[in-house]
Design a binder for this molecule. Structure first.
Ligand code: ATP
Ligand code: ZN
Length: 617
């Protein structure tokens, strides 16, 4: 590979020398440049000059692409004409003498220009090729000449996995794609099915584009990119043809990566939205699906798409053979942030007092882009303050500046709030882990997302997934788990200190309890009856309430039974958390420290400590 490239470079250098010699002879043997060689005039300046009566004659080239202009004072200039239908009118209005050069007869000035222009163009082209061959033009995006599509092509992205930090899981999942792009034959030989499409899911600024570029960079293949929103801005039919164009180019350059940012802009569910949806978008989406189905298995094109709204995507995109692989790119936790800071500190002169560890601690909720921005701001401030290195002062100021950015203020938590959220989530997780017969905890996180301060993920057992049935004890456990967050806050901070952070949890508890009583017949007092024809809910954004087919008395009994169920769940959560207060503290500490705790770590903690498992309700 390297050898072949070396020869190509050598060949290019030889060509370069030949051109230089040719250029030299052109200068020496050719006629001297005319004394009044035309200078070039910008089109807008030209029109202005016309309107200011500074132009007496215009000689338009046969293809109407350029014109030789004679100014009132006799000077000459050359203009590249814009396709402007008003040009003739402007010229006649200003009484400019117009002549159109007949075809074939090339004027002397044009000959002179082209004898100089040709070698220069050739030279320019060669330089471009050289840069390309050496990969020197790596970051210089090139657009297709064919259409005005903003399809960008980078022959070599020069980004490697080393430049991407803090999202190790996502990196790991994509190494296979790199392997395939590097050695497609090896995979094809054994008949391995390669993913065609990978969907990167995560909030803005977490490094999805960077990751896609790194895959291309690691594999040494070209990187094509376009943003979904650019397809939709276009006129009807253009989006679809642009998709065709994109794939045509990709096939010519395979193996390669095609990156579609903001795929939700094209990939929204078809037929959704008011007025039956957007025809242009649907056509574009259909074309995309057709193209993805069209290329057979291992053609070496891998489509990587990014979105932060996987929920709105058309299900057809997720079918096998399309984007059947999803990789989550989440906000980094503490250690991830530390690694990202490490990446962006490279090449910056930091003074010894800069403690990146402390910076990582202070910036929960920051994305990779925020952190890159932070260090850059600090560097700019240091330069403005005429320092030779970035000190902790600049870093601190930069943190504040980035935090002050839109909506980041609430995303970034104070230490106190962080600890409170840690206790809240630890409460959910611990109650869940210690209830008999409940789903297992998969991951606990106090990284803020959306409206939630943190989240505890549970993995439902396979049996439950298959049957879709919930036992009475499961639902009772679920209520206790949902209350666990609030209860932990109460135990640790006292009843007066509880926050509104649990309002979602409380709604969930109320819903489960009411369903148990009215739908599942799980109330002792009311017995196994289903009450109420509908459960109510939301319709067109309004709460329509449940349709009732029972008496006021029954309604009161229902309310009492619901309260009773909630009270029992509350008591169970309180009992189990109080009995395991030490473990609760330890888990909360671990969360404050790491921001995420996975299943294994929680298991380890529970095994090492002496824990009290909850009784059945
Ligand atoms: N995990 C990371 N490691 C190192 N740098 C990162 C990381 N994430 C983001 N950055 C920095 O932030 C910049 C912007 O990130 P990028 O554009 O890849 O995010 P994105 O997820 O594609 O965002 P968007 O959804 O807004 O397009 C990167 O060029 C890089 O400098
Ligand atoms: Zn909660």
């Amino acid at each position: 590979m390297a050898g072949k490239k070396g020869w190509r470079n050598a060949g290019l250098y030889v060509l370069l020398v030949v051109v230089l010699i040719a250029l030299g002879t052109a200068f020496m043997g050719g006629r001297p440049a005319p004394a009044n060689a035309p200078r070039s005039l910008r089109y807008s300046d030209f029109i202005e000059a016309v309107q200011a009566n500074q132009i007496s004659r215009v000689l338009i080239s046969p293809d109407r692409g350029t014109a030789l202009v004679v100014e009132s004072d006799g000077r000459r200039a050359e203009v590249n004409l814009a396709p402007d239908k008003d040009l003739l009118k402007i010229l006649t209005d200003n009484k400019v003498d117009i002549a159109v050069q007949p075809t074939r007869q090339t004027p002397a000035w044009q000959q002179a220009a082209s004898s100089l222009l040709f070698p220069i163009l050739l030279l320019g082209g060669l330089f471009f090729l050289l840069r390309r061959a050496q990969g020197g033009g790596g970051n210089q995006a090139m657009s297709f000449g064919k259409s005005k599509a903003r399809v960008q092509m980078e022959p070599q992205t020069q980004v490697t996995f080393n430049d991407v930090a803090g999202i190790e899981g996502a990196k790991l999942e994509l190494t296979e794609v790199v392997d395939f792009l590097k050695n497609p034959d090896r995979f094809t030989a054994v008949g391995a099915k390669i993913p065609k499409g990978v969907l990167l899911v995560g909030p803005p600024g977490t490094g999805k584009t960077l990751l896609a570029k790194a895959v291309a960079g690691e594999a040494g293949v070209p990187f094509f990119s376009i943003s979904g929103s650019e397809f939709v801005e276009m006129f009807v039919g253009v989006g679809a043809s642009r998709v065709r164009d994109l794939f045509e180019q990709a096939k010519k350059n395979a193996p390669c990566i095609v990156f579609i940012d903001e795929i939700d802009a094209v990939g929204r569910q078809r037929g959704a939205g008011l007025g039956g949806g957007n025809d242009e978008r649907e056509q574009t989406l259909n074309q995309l699906l057709t193209e993805m189905d069209g290329f057979e298995g291992n053609t070496g094109i891998i489509i990587v798409a990014a979105t932060n709204r996987p929920d709105v995507l058309d299900a057809a995109l997720m079918r096998p053979g399309r984007f059947d692989r999803q990789v989550v790119v989440d906000r980094p936790d503490y250690s991830g942030r530390l690694q990202i800071l490490g990446v962006h500190a490279r090449g910056k002169t930091l003074s010894k007092d800069v403690d990146l560890d402390r910076v990582a601690r202070r910036t929960p909720g920051f994305t990779g882009a925020d952190l890159a921005n932070l260090l850059n701001e600090a560097a700019i401030m240091a330069a403005r303050r005429q320092l030779v290195e970035i000190s902790m002062d600049e870093v601190n100021d930069a943190i504040e500046r980035v935090m002050a950015g839109p909506e980041k203020k609430d995303r970034v938590m104070s230490e106190r709030r962080k600890r409170l959220v840690a206790y809240h989530e630890a409460g959910h997780a611990l109650v869940g882990a210690l209830m008999p017969d409940y789903d297992s905890v998969q991951k606990i996180s106090i990284i803020p997302r959306g409206n939630a301060g943190g989240l505890t993920f549970f993995t439902p057992s396979e049996e439950r997934m298959e049957s879709g049935l919930y036992s009475r004890s499961y639902l009772q456990n679920q209520m206790a788990v949902a209350l666990g967050g609030r209860v932990a806050e109460e135990i640790v901070y006292g009843e007066d200190e509880v926050t509104t952070g649990a309002s979602n949890d409380l709604q969930q508890v109320a819903r489960v309890a009411r369903q148990m009583v009215t739908r599942f017949g799980m109330s002792d007092k009311l017995g196994p009856v289903a009450l109420g024809r509908s459960q109510g809910g939301m319709f067109l954004g309004r709460d329509i309430g449940a349709e009732r087919d029972f008496s006021e008395d029954t309604a009161a009994t229902i309310d009492a039974e619901v309260s009773e169920l909630v009270a029992v769940a509350y008591k169970r959560a309180t009992t189990v958390l109080s009995a395991n207060r030490a473990v609760l503290d330890e888990l909360a500490d671990l969360l404050v420290e790491q921001e995420t705790v996975d299943a294994e770590q929680l298991q380890e903690l529970l095994l090492l400590r002496d824990v009290q498992v909850a009784d059945y309700a």
